[in-house]
Design a protein around this ligand. Sequence first.
Ligand code: BJW
Length: 255
Amino acid sequence: MTGPTIPEAVIDLVRDADWITVFSGAGMSAESGIATFRDAQTGLWETFDPAELATPEAWERDPALVWGWYRWRAREVLAAEPNAGHRALAELGASRTVMVVTQNVDDLHERAGSDVVSHLHGSLFAPRCSVCDTPYDGPGARPSAADPDTEHVEPRVAPPICPRCGGDVRPGVVWFGEALPADDWKRADQAFRAGEVVIVVGTSGIVYPAASLPERAVREGIPVIEFNPAESSVTDFATHSLRVPAAEGLPALLR
Ligand code: BJW
């Protein structure tokens, strides 16, 4: 089977680098069947209103609606598998240091075998108390992939109660208007300073402050290679921008 044609300059940059920073977005997991946010027709924000589901105000208004939606999202991820792109990055990391900084809240990089340096927007699998911030690992923390609600027919699910303070347990993700987790931000910043080359995969590059990281890299003279079947904000400044989906383009770097 023949893969996409990757310019020799890109192959060389990756082959010659001992330290590679990967910056991934929702498109990284699209070929695993996980919806992106902003793609026409298939993006989550085509069907769901972010203001009703992904803001602190939405949580205050209707925690059961928000918790139910994230439970459904978590089940979708549990039922999915890493794709050839995730696996290629893990394989690339076997012979050099690959620092994965992801905006994704799924665990597909980890399940493919990559060490994730930073989950900038949190994780579907790290709920915590909305009052005292204690991580929660009790009943209901991790939904089952076998749960029948695959079509999101049960929109409202009461969140678990924190055993420490009695507060509602919330999804461990970063909503609009919230600060990014300080440790993840610091590790991402360090990864972007350490990388000899940055590979950006599957992000529209419009959500800040995450989107500032590849912009800064290119300003500092670090080559930025984009993999995305469509143009994005990253295309405007990337050193090489390849119109190739993740699961086809990333394996082609291994040849
Ligand atoms: C493929 C593919 C394939 C498809 N292969 N590719 C104006 C200027 C600057 C900032 C702001 C502003 N107005 C408001 C802000 C702030 C705001 C922001 O940036 N808004 C913009 C939208 C304008 N940012 C924030 O609020 C952040 N916090 C903050 O600023 O805090 C300040 C603060 C400081 C101190 C104290 C308090 C506050 C927080 C941002 C949180 C983002 N959260 C979400 C939801 C996470 C939880 C959840 O999953 O529900 O994060 S929103 C959503 O967007 C999610 C994503 O991580 C993020 C980025 O999306 P991503 O990954 O790029 O996905 P898409 O769908 O946009 O793009 C997919 C791409 O894949 C496309 O390009 C496709 O073509 C491509 N693709 N198939 C490869 N097979």
